[in-house]
Ligand binder design. Structure first.
Ligand code: 2HG
Ligand code: ZN
Length: 475
């Protein structure tokens, strides 16, 4: 290990290799303080060539490398194990926007660029990078690609995978796959780059990406829909999409308990008996009267008996208030004392059924438990979270729910053709779940790919692939 560290110092310089405990601390724990690891060093390369040099050494010395971008994973995908033998490779110094090409609507960036900086670069060119996440001020492009992140506008623009035109990837042996093309069409055999999207750094290290942009939506209509009881939300979504000419960019559910975590009781934005749906239309043309379109379709929603009240934002400030409430729910949960998270997805048509069956399972397990349910119901993705009861120990509660209740919820989702991870990934916390729920042949191919790309198992060892030992499989 000492030999490798002195060689690394030679390649990266002093600033590129952190060894002292105080400076290493922030890289060794996941953002929710659920998992803490150790590392022999934190590596901070400032170029693709330096990443290549690191991987050549890692392969030669057999040292596991844990790529880390913004360290915002919900599943400890970027936290090293406790052996102290792995090294964290932080992408934070690979932080340049390489080019903005308006005619190709293509944005080329280093993988350590913070999402918000990439969004700003697109904005400055009159375009938009359509990835929108609560953590956009701190998460980095490499992590978004590694987890195939979703977020608030997947319904319209797709997951990260759908927005990748090109990638540059360093393989475990230090060689470089340069596929930084910005082509919309390129049918030339296997799409190798897509293997690295959602691979959580287990196959190689993404160092650069070309991302799709879209014409910047300059006109929005945002509706806060106070829901009646038992609204058939998939039908409502279908109606809103159809009647707006598919201008819907977000369709988010907020249940009353989640709203209460963040909304002041005397504030103007209230819940309906069935919670709230936040609907947004986005359009780049002033020729389409989005607010009128929204008013018309909300009339239909009222007529169907689905809304108790609807507020359409009358200003940017009102729109921001609505979004602030939605986006600060994770913080509200943290402030409450924490939550146990289930990032469930089911087919869109079965979301309401999941809410009913899941709710019954939770009530049967323990009627005093409080659910905080919200999220991207327009994508079939529910953040189905349990609030840590006052006075309970967060980690003990997380462990108990992970062992006793979460399997029931995941089974319900799986029975509906759903998934235990919609958009947060697998990481170190959900490895056993992947092995349990994946079709055996799918898992066999997944293991085969891991062996093919990373035969020495130096890429994020312990994340995603292989069963965990002693972990509850719980976010
Ligand atoms: C969101 O949609 C994030 O706000 C976080 O995916 C979800 O904290 C969560 O469960
Ligand atoms: Zn989410």
């Amino acid at each position: 290990m000492d030999g490798m560290i002195s060689e690394l110092r030679g390649s990266l310089g002093e600033a590129g290799v952190l060894l002292d405990a105080e400076r290493m601390e922030g890289y060794l724990v996941d953002q929710r303080d659920l998992v803490r690891g150790r590392a022999a060093a934190i590596l901070r390369p400032s170029s693709t060539e330096q990443v290549q040099a690191i991987m050549r050494l890692a392969s030669r010395y057999g040292v596991g490398i844990v790529p880390q971008a913004g360290n915002t994973s919900y599943c400890a995908g970027a936290t090293p194990d406790t052996s102290g033998r792995q090294m964290v490779l932080s992408l934070e110094r690979l932080n340049k926007v390489r080019s903005v090409d308006p005619l190709d609507a293509a944005l080329s960036v280093d993988s350590g660029v913070i999402l918000q900086h990439a969004q700003d670069a697109a904005d400055a060119a009159g375009l938009m990078l359509p990835i929108s996440l609560g953590s956009e001020g701190s998460c980095r492009i490499g992590g978004i690609i590694g987890t195939n992140a979703g977020g608030l506008s997947v319904l319209r623009y797709g997951m990260t995978r759908d927005l990748i035109l090109g990638l540059e990837v360093v393989l475990p042996d230090g060689s470089l796959v340069n596929d930084m093309k910005r082509l919309r069409k390129n049918n030339t055999g296997y799409d190798i780059k897509q293997n690295f999207v959602g691979a959580e750094g287990t196959l190689g290290i993404v160092t650069g990406a070309v991302l799709k942009m879209i014409p910047k939506p300059t006109h929005h209509a945002t509706a806060w829909v106070c829901l009646a009881e038992d609204v058939p939300l998939p039908e409502m979504l279908a109606l809103v999409r159809r009647e707006t000419g598919d201008l819907v960019s977000s369709f988010e559910l907020i249940t009353p308990r989640s709203l209460a975590l963040v909304a002041p009781p005397d504030g103007p934005l209230k819940s309906g008996s069935g919670g709230v749906v936040l609907v947004e239309l986005a359009c780049s043309s002033s020729r389409i009267p989005v607010v009128e379109v929204m008013e018309g379709v909300m009339g239909d929603v009222f007529e169907a008996g689905w809304a108790e009240d609807v507020m359409i934002a009358q200003s940017d400030a009102q729109r921001a208030d609505m979004w602030r409430l939605r986006e600060t729910i994770p913080e509200g949960e943290k402030h409450h004392g924490g939550s146990v998270k289930h990032d469930i997805s089911v087919p869109i048509g079965r979301t309401v059924e999941f809410l009913k069956v899941g709710g019954a399972a939770v009530a049967a397990y323990d009627p005093t438990l409080e659910l905080s349910v919200y999220g991207h119901i327009g994508d079939g993705n529910l953040h189905y979270n349990l609030l840590v009861p006052k006075g309970d120990d967060r980690l003990r509660f997380t462990d108990r729910i992970g062992r006793e209740l979460a399997p029931q919820l995941y089974d319900i989702a799986a029975g509906m053709g759903g998934s235990f991870s919609a958009e947060h990934g697998v990481g170190r916390l959900k490895r056993r779940l992947l092995q349990h729920y994946a079709d055996p042949n799918r898992y066999r191919v997944l293991r085969g790919l891991k062996g093919l790309f990373d035969p020495l198992d130096v890429m994020n060892p312990g994340a995603m692939v292989d069963p965990a030992t002693g972990l509850s499989g719980q976010e």
